[in-house]
Design a protein around this ligand. Structure first.
Ligand code: COI
Length: 355
């Protein structure tokens, strides 16, 4: 890492730790005591500070609210078996953040601000990193446009904020998902590969409609034909077909998931075949029917590895193999967790020990 930055620290008068129930941690609702903020003005980042988590005063005219120049990331800090704290693959999230920034005509964030901001926040909120199995401190970086201006153009000013939230997995049970063939999450030439607010905004109404039909999540298909599977919006998708991991290849409409990449790497190392390619809906449905598809799961930082139990398509519900019998995804998920929690050697150098 480069030079040590000058970060102003203002500590919260009182910690909320004592009134936080660590046995009740729904995803993204409980925030730690502090946040990190940096401001972009006149072409440079400045005003780096760690301060008590809370409201950030803002004009209602800020362009992020009107035109959606807003990007985010999600990464996690884990309490290691030896008590230390490490952040998993922060470099990948940093890279993707700046890819999203580029596509959304926003300034890139320097690596030292991203990394030292995380380190400063974890240093001060160390006790917020849960020690329970399956839990972690979710770190949410966000950048948004702050010009109070109603013209449509790239903002000149931005805010970068890091907040953290102790959490368990996003999904608590195997998912019943619907293959979406009416609405579209992303189109070629669009912003599907960027982690930008609008991708999530456009998915909410179709998701609500699917929930009314009893589904937990959508499987998005390609905009042109709705014949190919893309991703789940909150996570990437991985199938096991004929004993091999099969996952939609990363393209302009699919997020390049860090967990997806990690699983592919671990599978290859374990000698499991991996195919990154276009995956048709037909192939998945046929695989369920003829028994060649033996496993399917969502893979993401928030979602971790969540089994898919049932898939709905064109009014029919297909039940997959019993998640309790799925050796491949269970094995990969275990290795992944063992690395994250420091229970086995981190031979790929994925853990960044912050504290
Ligand atoms: C993550 O996995 O970190 C995400 O950003 C997914 C989120 C939309 C819950």
């Amino acid at each position: 890492m480069n030079e040590t930055l000058d970060i102003t620290i203002s500590k919260a008068d009182q910690s909320r730790l004592t009134v936080t129930d660590f046995s009740q941690l729904p995803f993204g609702k409980v925030f730690s005591d502090h946040m990190f903020i940096a401001d972009f003005n006149n072409g440079e980042w400045s005003n780096l500070q760690v301060l008590p988590y809370g409201p950030v005063p803002m004009s209602p005219a800020i362009s992020a609210l009107h035109y959606g120049q807003a990007i985010f990331e999600g990464l996690k800090a884990y309490r290691q078996a030896d008590g230390k704290i490490s952040v998993f693959r922060a470099d990948k999230n940093f890279e993707r953040f700046n890819k999203s920034a580029h596509r959304m005509a926003m300034p890139s964030i320097p690596e030292e601000i991203f990394m030292q901001g995380i380190a400063a926040l974890i240093e001060i909120d160390e006790r917020w990193v849960p020690a329970q199995e399956g839990y972690s401190l979710y770190i949410r970086p966000v950048m948004f446009a702050t010009d109070p201006y109603l013209g449509v153009k790239a903002s000149d000013s931005y805010k970068f904020v890091l907040m953290t939230t102790p959490t368990g997995p996003y999904y608590s049970k195997p998912l019943t998902v619907k293959i979406e063939t009416e609405y579209t999450r992303a189109d070629d030439g669009g912003v599907g590969y960027a982690k930008t607010a609008g991708n999530y905004a456009r998915s909410i109404y179709p998701f609500q409609e699917a929930m009314k039909e009893g589904f937990d999540q959508l499987i998005w298909t390609d905009a042109a034909t709705h014949e190919f599977i893309e991703e789940a919006g909150t996570a990437n998708l991985i199938f096991v077909i004929d004993g091999k991991l099969v996952t939609p290849s990363v393209r302009s409409t699919v997020l390049d998931g860090v967990t997806r990449d990690t699983i592919i790497t671990l599978a290859k190392k374990a000698g499991i075949g991996v195919e990154e390619r276009r995956v048709s809906v037909k192939e998945v449905i046929a695989g369920i029917e003829n028994g060649s598809l033996t496993d399917a799961f969502a893979a993401g930082t928030a979602a971790t590895v969540t089994p898919i139990g049932q898939i709905g398509y064109e009014g029919k519900l297909y039940t997959l193999t019993d998640p309790a019998t799925r050796a491949i995804s269970a094995g990969i998920a275990k290795t992944l967790n063992d690395i994250r929690y420091g229970l086995i050697p981190d031979e790929f150098g994925w853990n960044w020990t912050v504290k």
